[in-house]
Design a protein around this ligand. Structure first.
Ligand code: SAH
Length: 240
């Protein structure tokens, strides 16, 4: 049995009870080292198998081996395992093992937890786009940014940059600026639900020149998004 568990953004309080129980009931817990460390208290002295970044295939193959040998495995992913997480890869790796039972336990994704830190930016239609071009060509990322910006979606950016991809956010903002005003309200949230959580609300024009890292999620408002008492709010259209 493999439980593919979304552990939420980081803090225990932001995990679902199902996620907590799946980890408690597992014989072995596998995941990216940082996430396994985040839930170490729940894991206790259970067996673990951790890999570093880019060790995803190895991690899932190992999870499959454990399950085939009869163990209860919890494969953990940050946020929701089905949103830029391990769920798809794990199911693919198990394609030839339909006898292995799987369950996917949803978690609170960074767009939800980060949105809550900022206020209510996702009250209207939104698009989620990852700026990581490790597995997706930049030309396709750009096409999706254009489509979302031209349709005035609120846009949430995951994987907005790293030391190797310093100028990606600037490139993305320049694409979005073809359709959205430089005054568009934007929010950044870093280390959501973890030590060192920070957030800020700025304009799209300023976002373009803001340094970011992989632990940040970005929210670009739509043309109606505003700031109310320091919170980023996208209106739904109610008349007051
Ligand atoms: N499955 C995860 C997303 C994994 S992709 C989820 O559903 O949240 C990794 C990206 O998610 C990061 O680059 C960042 O943009 C975002 N992210 C995940 N956890 C975060 C956190 N605690 N704080 C800020 N951003 C986070």
């Amino acid at each position: 049995m493999i439980s593919i568990v979304g552990i939420g953004p980081g803090g225990y309080d932001d995990m679902t009870i199902r996620a907590v129980n799946a980890i408690k009931n597992a014989d072995v817990v596998t995941g990216y080292r940082l996430y396994v460390e985040l839930v170490q208290e729940l894991i206790g002295d259970k067996e673990t198998f951790c890999t570093e970044m880019r060790g995803e295939v190895e991690r899932c193959q190992k999870a499959a081996e454990y399950a085939i040998s009869g163990k209860n495995v919890a494969l953990i992913s940050s946020g929701d395992a089905g949103i830029y997480g391990m769920a798809g890869l794990m199911l693919k790796i198990l394609e030839d093992h339909p006898e292995i039972e799987t369950e996917i336990i949803p978690g609170v994704s960074a767009c939800q937890s980060g949105g809550a830190v900022l206020g209510a930016p996702l009250v209207h239609d939104f698009a989620v786009i990852s700026l990581s071009d490790l597995l997706t060509p930049w030309s396709l990322i750009e096409k999706r940014l254009e489509a979302a910006a031209s349709a005035d979606f609120v846009i949430v950016l995951y994987n907005p940059g790293s030391h190797k991809r310093r100028d990606y956010l600037r490139k993305a903002c320049n694409t979005v600026l073809k359709y959205k005003s430089p005054d568009t309200i934007c929010g950044l949230v870093k280390n959501i639900s973890r030590d060192g959580e920070e957030h800020s609300i700025i304009t799209l024009d300023r976002l373009k020149d803001t340094p970011v890292d992989m632990l940040t999620t970005i929210f670009i408002g739509n043309s109606q998004t505003t700031v109310i008492n320091g919170k980023m709010v996208t209106p739904r259209g109610y008349q007051l």
